[in-house]
Ligand binder design. Structure first.
Ligand code: CTP
Length: 404
């Protein structure tokens, strides 16, 4: 998605500058033409030579270096950039840009560019919470700059709290979202299911699971950004609906089944990330169940397997399933491909760090009908989503050529 994009990475003077090489290396591997601008204080934490070696481009630190070329350097870079990302962004650079100060090469380039600007703040928790910093972020956001939330944890200054540089995978995901311009899904309709379902026992209590919908929403957003029409059928979650999708909220597995069947005919591709409950209570009580008994057995009835139903009526559609497992990942996921008649399945071992429900990253394997297995590295859920879309496209090309 990022091949041949020109991205300026601004590095400012905080301890998190030592993480900048990871981001730069990931961008370079993705085919990005990366140009680094460092502040003088950043160069006290990490050397320009390190960043130059990783980015494979000259690093700019000074405003008034004698130019090797005739171009005014900060203007030419600012013009060429598809995106500027400042990582780490200190309170100082945020404050300077907010106040319209352009007194060094980085602040001047930010001022001169018309490309989107993304800040990945990293600072002491009290600095981040300072109303001045918060007001600056709010003002710059209202002017169209983009901000990531810092991570929470132990900070270099010894404090616990919000202020860590966001995970490199999360910065990378955001960069993909802000620069994507491929419209390779135009004319296609994606039906995506996401989140958990709730199976009510009485008006207050329900059976459910820990799915947060992040993976499914990332797939919906990625497909939409690449030009697809997207129908997102989602169980109850608390994350924002991606812009531009047709959103259908549902509660139970039965509701999800009905909504999916209603829209199935329109879909070219179905991605079923939802964590559907396998059972519902045999009886749903009309009023709140009062405690009293020491033991209580809840009788359950099996829900329809939505994906299996779709697989029996597959037609020319591409069907993708998800399998979150704790044991025998390959064996279970392979069986699901066969039972549900899928084109491929995205399998993850939810016991692994950085994988599964609630995380912003995932560690997945793609398993195909012919037994092939592709192991992916740990990456942001949005990046996983783009990989899924890439594989759907190549599958469609193979099918169009008459392959199987
Ligand atoms: N799925 C579905 N309807 C169900 C259960 C699952 O559509 N009633 C879909 C999920 O959305 C997912 C895939 O089937 O894409 C695999 O779901 P999973 O819960 O891992 O598998 P199950 O078939 O339910 O098997 P088990 O719970 O025994 O692992």
């Amino acid at each position: 998605m990022l091949t041949d994009k020109c991205i300026i990475v601004g590095v400012t003077g905080g301890i998190a500058a030592y993480k900048a090489p990871d981001l730069i290396s990931k961008l370079v591997k993705a085919g990005v033409d990366v140009h680094i601008i460092m502040t003088e204080s950043a160069a006290k934490f990490i050397t320009p030579l390190t960043l130059q070696t990783i980015s494979r481009n000259p690093v700019t630190t000074q405003m008034f270096e004698f130019p090797g070329e005739w171009e005014v350097q900060h203007i030419s870079l600012a013009d060429r950039a598809d995106l500027m990302v400042v990582a780490p962004a200190t309170a100082n650079i945020i404050g300077k840009v907010c106040a319209g100060i352009a007194d060094d090469i980085l602040s001047t380039t930010i001022m001169a560019t018309r490309a989107p600007v993304l800040f990945a703040p990293a600072m002491n928790v009290h600095m981040y919470e300072n109303p001045i910093v918060q007001a600056n972020i709010a003002k710059l956001s209202s002017l169209g700059c983009h901000f990531l939330e810092p991570g929470t944890g132990r900070l270099a200054c010894g404090y616990e709290g919000k202020g860590r540089l966001p995970d490199v995978d999360i910065i990378f995901d955001k960069i993909c979202s802000l620069t994507v311009s491929t419209r390779d899904l135009t004319g296609k309709t994606f039906l995506v299911t996401a989140g958990p379902t709730r199976e009510y026992i009485d008006p207050i209590r329900f059976l459910s699971n820990g799915s947060t919908g992040k993976m499914g929403y990332a797939v919906a957003e990625a497909a939409r950004e690449r030009g697809a029409r997207v129908i997102l059928i989602s169980g109850p979650v608390s994350i924002p609906v991606p812009p531009g999708v047709t959103y259908i909220p549902v509660v139970s597995a039965r509701d999800m089944f009905e909504a999916v069947v209603k829209h199935y005919q329109e879909a070219d591709v179905v991605v079923k990330t939802a964590a559907v409950a396998d059972y519902h209570p045999k009886k749903q009580l009309g009023s709140k169940l009062k405690k009293g008994r020491d033991d209580w057995a809840l009788e359950l009835t099996k829900n329809e397997d939505i994906l299996q139903y779709l697989g029996r009526n597959k037609g020319n559609r591409i069907l993708i399933g998800f399998a979150a497992e704790t044991d025998n990942l390959l064996e279970n996921a392979t069986r699901k491909i066969r039972d549900k008649n899928l084109d491929f399945i995205v399998a993850n071992d939810v016991t692994q760090p950085g994988a599964g429900f609630g995380t912003d990253t995932n560690v997945v394997k793609f398993l195909y009908r012919d037994g092939r297995v592709e192991q992916m590295d740990k990456m942001g859920k949005k990046e996983v989503a783009h990989h899924i879309v890439d594989r759907i496209l190549s599958l469609q090309e193979t099918l169009a050529r008459g392959g199987s």
